[in-house]
Structure formats: structure tokens, C-alpha cells
Design a binder for this molecule. Structure first.
Ligand SMILES: [Zn+2]
Length: 303
């Protein structure tokens, strides 16, 4: 009897592990998203984030680079050097963060090629052929979408999809403004509003994964490297752990079969995560979530 109970317990334990979902952190707009607080460098922003990632033993994360931001900007170059020296990876986010919905495919493809020398220089030993679409816009016509996808495949790129997104970038510039004013009360509000939006939207996005695929999947979280990153990251990592998401690499996340099929549709002119694309293709009803505090974030601590 006892051994049978033990056996049942072992099965339960094994199944709970196999159903535990992973999440890969990714950072866009390197070397910097948004504004800098006065007296702070891009190098300090990157070093602060790397420090948190290392202290929490986060597996290698990708940072998606816009090489144009390095023009005449040695601080940005130092930040990127520190990023790879700290053990993190780089991928492409186009040369100038170009919007595919405003651009012809050949111009967009030139921007992908233009980003490559910096990625090769930064990361000659690792595969940097991972591509994150700026604004998550994959084409406003099917022809465009297919042309760029074909180019990416021909040139050995994999698309770094996103499944968890709560527009974290909204807090970067707001934080830079509040830090400039040393406004502790407003920074407190930034922290609480960030955490409640993050929690609700992560749950909502996971609900969407279940609607689309019939079960939860391994996730990819979209973050932006900026002024607020190192302050808020420890709490984001706690939140993910509380939600039963364990940290994995982008490669591990995208080994989930959910990332294989291509929605191959022009679902939204605004762009969207792979889950949003599938929600639209399958005409599913989105979970109702509290609107984000766009106006408060734009107005808070305004210079
Ligand atoms: Zn971006």
C-alpha cells in the first residue's frame, strides 16, 4: 500500500514538473530604450541589469540591438561590450528600429543587413541570427510579411517571437523623469503600477496561450533595457517565480512546438505578439484586462 502511494506521489511530482512552464527574458532596443536619468550612462544601465541577471542566476538572455544608436555614441558601444562581456547574447532589431508597416521590404531587408557588422563584432562565437521585429510589426500586407520572412530564413535567422508583453517600456522614461526630480513617492507609484500591470497581463497572456493551443506553453517575455530595468528586475523575477514560471533560454523556449506554425496572416496593423496574431486568426475573444495607465505614465514627473 505504502509503495503504491509512493508511486502515485512520484507520478504526481513528475507530472507537475513536466507541466511547469518556462519563460525566457528578452530585452529590446539595446543599447538603450527611452531616456537616461541625469548623470547616468548607458554603460551603468547595462551593468546594473547584468548585475541583477547574474545575482539571480538567470540563464543567458538576448538583447536585440539597433546599431544606429552607436553612431557618435561611445557610451552606447561600451554598454554593448559590457552586455556580451557579462555573458549575455545579442540579436538583431534592425539598424534603426525601422517600422515594416511604413517601409518597403527591400529597405527593411537592407536594415537587417546593416545591423550585422556590429552583431558579428560583438559576438563572433555565438549565433546572433535571431531577429526581433521592431514594434512587433511583421508586415501590413501578406506580400511584405512573406518577403521579409523568406529573407530571414534565407539568411539563417530565426524569429524571436514574443508571448508575454505588458509594454514595460512605458515605465523607462517615466522613471528617468522621476529620478531626475528625486521624487520618491512617484517612483513608489511607478513600482506598484508596473507590478500590477505585469501580473495581470502575464496571466492574461497565459490565458490566451491556453485559448490558442489548448494548454499553456513555454513563454518569451518582452522587456526593454532602460532606466528602470535594474530597479524593477528583481521584483519581476520574483513575480515570475510566484507564477510558477522557471527561467529558460530563448532557444529552449522556442523549442516548444507552439512556435513552429506561422499564422501567415495580416492580423493587425498595430502589430502584435505571436499569441495576439493567433487570437486574431482564430477570431478568439481577448481576456478583459484593465487598461494600462498610459496618461499617468506620460505625465508623471514631466520635466
Ligand atoms: Zn524595439
Amino acid at each position: 500500500m505504502f509503495s503504491r502511494l509512493l508511486f502515485l506521489f512520484a507520478i504526481l511530482l513528475a507530472s507537475s514538473f513536466s507541466f511547469a512552464q518556462g519563460v525566457a527574458l528578452t530585452f529590446d532596443d539595446l543599447p538603450l530604450n527611452g531616456e537616461l536619468p541625469p548623470g547616468v550612462t548607458r554603460l551603468q544601465i547595462a551593468a546594473g541589469a547584468i548585475d541583477v541577471l547574474r545575482r539571480h542566476h538567470v540563464p543567458q538572455v538576448f538583447g536585440f540591438v539597433n546599431a544606429k544608436k552607436l553612431e557618435g555614441n561611445p557610451d552606447g558601444a561600451e554598454a554593448l561590450k559590457a552586455w556580451v562581456a557579462g555573458g549575455e547574447r545579442v540579436g538583431s532589431h534592425t539598424y534603426s528600429h525601422i517600422d515594416l508597416h511604413q517601409t518597403a521590404p527591400d529597405v527593411f531587408q537592407r536594415e537587417i543587413a546593416q545591423d550585422e557588422p556590429v552583431l558579428e563584432l560583438l559576438s563572433p562565437k555565438d549565433d546572433w541570427h535571431w531577429f526581433r521585429y521592431p514594434f512587433l510589426r511583421e508586415g501590413d500586407t501578406l506580400e511584405k510579411r512573406r518577403a521579409v520572412r523568406a529573407y530571414l530564413t534565407e539568411h539563417g535567422y530565426k524569429v524571436a517571437q514574443v508571448t508575454l508583453d505588458y509594454e514595460d517600456y512605458l515605465w523607462n522614461t517615466a522613471y528617468a523623469h522621476c529620478a531626475a526630480k528625486n521624487d520618491a513617492r512617484s517612483i513608489e507609484w511607478l513600482t506598484t503600477s508596473y507590478m500590477s500591470v505585469a501580473s495581470e497581463y502575464i496571466d492574461g497572456n497565459r490565458e490566451m496561450a491556453k485559448m490558442v493551443f489548448g494548454h499553456d506553453i513555454n513563454h518569451v517575455l518582452l522587456l526593454h533595457l532602460g532606466a528602470f530595468s535594474s530597479t524593477i528586475l528583481p521584483q519581476v523575477l520574483d513575480l515570475l517565480q510566484q507564477k510558477g514560471l522557471h527561467l529558460i533560454t530563448l532557444e529552449e523556449a522556442e523549442r516548444d512546438p507552439a512556435y513552429q506554425p506561422d499564422p501567415d496572416s495580416v492580423s493587425s496593423r498595430f502589430g502584435g505578439s505571436i499569441l495576439e496574431q493567433w487570437m486574431d486568426v482564430k477570431k478568439l475573444t481577448y481576456p478583459k484586462l484593465t487598461p494600462k495607465p498610459y496618461k499617468q505614465l506620460a505625465d508623471i514627473c514631466k520635466p
